[in-house]
Design a protein around this ligand. Structure first.
Ligand SMILES: *Cc1c(COP(=O)(O)O)cnc(C)c1O
Length: 495
């Protein structure tokens, strides 16, 4: 069955998967969604013996229906290879009564690698299929992890350039170092004086600037996006939920047909949306537990039905979740609005104009499978300590937010359903906060000294991605105001 993609705001004609990936955002400012969410053509048991790459093929072929088998398999083979430091690609660990799905074994040690190692291949294949001769310019706003993962994915990929905007004072030292040392003539990294939402809004503005678009086209360029608004990010993220469920089955941790809970540390709502899609496809998931840090817009939304970004932006120890406008929530809103593009468009216009919107009762009822929770900085730290003391397992700060929220959920509901907690980053990426939690007496501030200390505490080797940062030169030192982002883009492209 061919799947086409339409805008969540109802505008424009449906496009193929490869066209949606190339465009990133729909012309009316909406996000691309499949006209219908495909369902699995077999039981989850059938996935139990498959490798990650085989699972990826079985899931992605249901969505990317205009890619040939050969094209899709080639993209998958180039993505999930020895760039990952685990043959399993997404291994699982059990600690303190939950299963942690470790999505940080890729080249930049955060879960963004799961999708961004394949997106460049999906995109260059899409360009070929659609006879695009323009160079593709990837514009990315990052709260810290997307930037590096996108840079690593696109660096040196012929026919592409990648520009990353990050909040100058809003990422961890390791995250910043990872980005500003990125090599590759086609890469460009800029710190902005603002937060992630400013960066994301700036990028969306550039995308919707038709004059700039025309100028680019004349010079042989066109924009696309590596942010999780791109459907080419979302689809590869569905894969690991299927893979994890099948792994639990294979290891006899759950019985055939048994439902599991999934807990996701959430920012832009991309990761948990992928779990929602997996559930809609037929994967047995009981509750989707959405964990926020102190920027708890989503928690409030699930409580009240009102999404309200008018509040203080808080810098937390889980910076990749410091977000007040969760872009991918729009895809869920569209769905619970009965796929009514007009209804969704009005809500999103209210968000842009007033900074808030409220959904009706009928929509709210469709959110019952979700549970929203949040954890403070103190609770996050305590949870890192507790899991380390009980199980000798070290969580990063983002995963710890999810774990702390799960503890609250378990106390509140007494639900003893088998539970998968999505582990989104290596603790070595947020070393300082993690060390503060497990060994407060350690007073060092140098990230590399801390990494060695964490290695001793955890019994894990310092990942290569951290070690290599020690001696490589900074090659990007651009900083700009949010109003200057378009100028930076033109400067880099020489137009
Ligand atoms: C991006 C990120 C998140 C948030 O994921 P979303 O898909 O934006 O909700 C959580 N943890 C880490 C480590 C991340 O990099």
């Amino acid at each position: 069955m061919e799947i086409l993609y339409k805008s969540t705001r109802g505008g424009g004609a449906p496009v193929t998967a490869s066209q949606a990936i190339l465009k990133g955002l729909a012309d009316d400012g909406g996000l691309f969604v499949p006209e219908q969410i495909p369902v699995f053509d077999r039981e989850p048991e059938a996935f139990a013996g498959l490798t990650y790459a085989q699972t990826a093929y079985e899931v992605m072929k249901l969505y990317l229906t205009d890619y040939t088998q050969e094209e899709l398999k080639a993209c998958i083979a180039r993505a999930y290879d020895d760039k990952f430091d685990s043959d399993l690609i997404a291994p699982m660990a059990e600690a303190d009564g939950a299963f942690y799905l470790e999505l940080f074994h890729g080249p930049t040690i955060a879960f963004k690698d799961m999708a961004l190692s394949i997106l460049p291949h999906l995109m260059t294949t899409a360009a070929k299929k659609n006879h695009i001769s323009n160079e593709i310019v990837i514009l990315t706003a990052t709260s810290g992890d997307t930037g590096k993962a996108a840079l690593a994915g696109f660096a040196g990929v012929e026919g592409t350039r990648i520009i990353v905007f990050y909040p100058k004072n809003g990422v961890s030292p390791i995250q910043e170092r990872q980005m500003v040392t990125q090599r590759g003539d086609n890469t460009f990294v800029v710190g902005i004086r603002g937060n992630f939402d400013d960066a994301q809004t700036g990028v969306k503005w550039i995308f919707s600037d038709n004059e700039l678009k025309a100028r680019l086209d004349k010079q042989g360029f066109q924009f696309s996006s590596a942010n999780s608004i791109n459907i080419g990010r979302l689809v590869p993220q569905i894969v690991y939920y299927v893979y994890a469920y099948a792994s639990l089955l294979k290891e006899g941790r759950i019985k055939s047909g048994e439902a599991i809970n999934v807990v996701v540390p959430t920012g832009n709502f991309g990761n948990i949306l992928a779990a929602y899609y997996a559930r809609e496809m037929g994967l047995p998931i009981h509750r989707l537990i959405c964990a926020s840090n102190e920027n708890k817009v989503l928690f409030d939304f699930f409580q009240s039905g009102t999404y309200d970004r008018n509040r203080q932006f808080v810098l937390t120890s889980s910076p990749s979740m410091d977000i007040l406008i969760s872009s991918n929530l729009e895809r869920l809103i569209y769905r619970i609005a009965g796929e009514d593009g007009e209804k969704n468009r009005l809500l999103m216009e209210s968000l842009a104009a007033e900074g808030s919107y409220t959904i009706d009762e009928a929509m709210k009822r469709k959110l019952e499978i979700f549970y929203g929770g949040y954890a403070s900085g103190r609770e996050t730290k305590e949870r890192i300590r507790e899991v380390y003391d009980k199980a000798g397992y070290v969580l990063d700060t983002h995963t710890a937010v999810a774990s702390a929220v799960y503890e609250k959920y378990r106390r509140e509901t007494k639900d003893d359903t088998a539970t998968l907690i999505v582990s989104t980053a290596s603790p070595f990426k947020f070393t300082k906060s993690v060390i503060e939690a497990v060994n407060p007496s350690c007073q060092d501030t140098d990230d590399f000294v801390l990494a060695n200390a964490l290695s001793e505490l955890s019994g894990l080797a310092v990942p290569g991605a951290v070690k290599e940062l020690q001696n490589i030169p900074v090659v990007h030192d651009h900083v700009c105001e949010t109003g200057e982002m378009a100028d930076m883009v033109c400067g880099f492209l020489g137009i």
